[in-house]
Design a binder for this molecule. Structure first.
Ligand code: 5GP
Ligand code: MG
Length: 180
């Protein structure tokens, strides 16, 4: 087993270990599997941050599903938290009448989840729920509360397990806080 010591040395501290993440994802998968028993899921996974979250979570859910990936990027206007979001909407995806589960890595201001949920609702899904690995406890500019949440964390910038800082640290197997 290789260790990513080079990346770890840039961390101030580990917030969630690989083992903690995997254990919690197993619980989330079991809950989702029970809640959707007998149904077919349409998962909408937000790239790139949710990459490892969705791949670990979905491989533990024993239900028929289709997986749609969606690119979304947000640009927050300086300190004014007036956010704007660009969504790369998939061309041939069908959401009408589907049980849609929207997955993202982290809920911060709420802009991403509310904007994409709103857009998805226009497609008239049968149901729409959201799941995030991390929920940052902070004042939201857009009110959003996920149906499934892995961990509540403090308002700090995190990297690892899919989440980046300037394009780096996504491949870190744990979640950590960078050195200042
Ligand atoms: P929101 O739209 O809720 O403000 O932010 C959600 C998006 O911002 C997430 O999908 C994620 O890409 C990014 N984000 C929010 N907080 C963090 C963080 O602490 N670390 C990283 N790497 N990305 C974050
Ligand atoms: Mg993201």
């Amino acid at each position: 087993m290789t260790t990513i010591t080079g990346l770890l040395s840039d961390l101030d501290r580990v917030l969630l270990s690989t083992e903690q993440i995997h254990a919690r994802i197993r619980e989330m998968a079991a809950q989702i599997e029970a809640d959707y028993a007998g149904q077919t899921l349409t998962v909408v996974a937000l790239m790139d941050g949710a990459l490892f979250f969705v791949s670990d979570l979905l491989r533990q859910i024993d239900l028929p599903m289709q997986i749609v990936t969606l690119g979304a990027s947000s640009y927050h206007g300086s300190t004014q938290s007036s956010g704007e979001i660009t969504i790369q909407w998939p061309k041939n995806a069908q959401f009408k009448g589907q049980h849609v589960l929207l997955l993202d890595d982290i809920l911060d201001t709420g802009l991403t989840l509310t904007a994409i949920s709103e857009r998805l609702r226009q497609e008239q899904p049968e149901s729409l729920r959201t799941a995030v690995l991390l929920d940052k406890k902070r004042l939201r500019t857009h009110e959003a509360s996920p149906d499934y949440c892995g961990f509540e964390i403090a308002d700090e910038f995190v990297v690892g397990y899919g989440m980046d800082y300037q394009g780096r640290f996504r491949n870190l197997p744990c979640i950590g806080i960078l050195k200042p």
